[in-house]
Write a protein that binds this ligand. Sequence first.
Ligand code: SF4
Length: 236
Amino acid sequence: MAEAAQSVEQIDAEVSVCRACPRLVEWRERVAVEKRKSFASEPYWGRPSTGFGSARPRVMVIGLAPAAHGANRTGRVFTGDRSGDFLFAALHRAGLANQELCVDAADGLALNGVRIIPAVRCAPPANAPTPAERATCAPWLDAEWRLAGAGVRVIIALGGFAWRAVLDMVRVAGGSHARPMPKFGHGATATLQTPHGEVTLMGVYHPSQQNTFTGKLTPSMLDDVFGRVAELAGIQ
Ligand code: SF4
């Protein structure tokens, strides 16, 4: 289905009913029924997350996977958890989002030239998809790159898992990168030759609480990155 998709809207419609990974389907649906106590009165999405943001992006941000009580609850990537609060606040400071507020899919948030896509679209137990699950979900990312990647000049990989997913995506699309394989690090960059032209891949620590609460990733570190990204991508 992913390979046959002809538009981003078609990907969104089709991926939202995907059940290709039994372990993740069981987990996302169980979490949606059991819920966290503080969200007990809310309906949970309990399905895969679509990409979110500009349909013709200059920048793609690739994440890991939806959080069980974040995107798996609200239905929008990085929405409803601390990671998203941290990320969208930084995008707003850089002029890449219209507002800092990010609470649910109806909060009015819009991105400026940016599209955010999870490498794996279903919430995994312990935030840890397996390599096999990444491979199973990869055709959706490949399709999104094929249909929405034409204007992209910068790809941000939030963590090493996303970094590897991007390198695989570029190879599947017929593109290439330097050998040996570029290594992930915060601030690491790699030049990718793709069918859509030359693209800069940039590594950024994932804005998980494990990184933000410990000071491994700070707001000023993200401001540095997104400032450079906006300049590289030519976004005002
Ligand atoms: S992780 Fe991806 S491939 Fe697996 S069920 Fe979810 S949407 Fe489908």
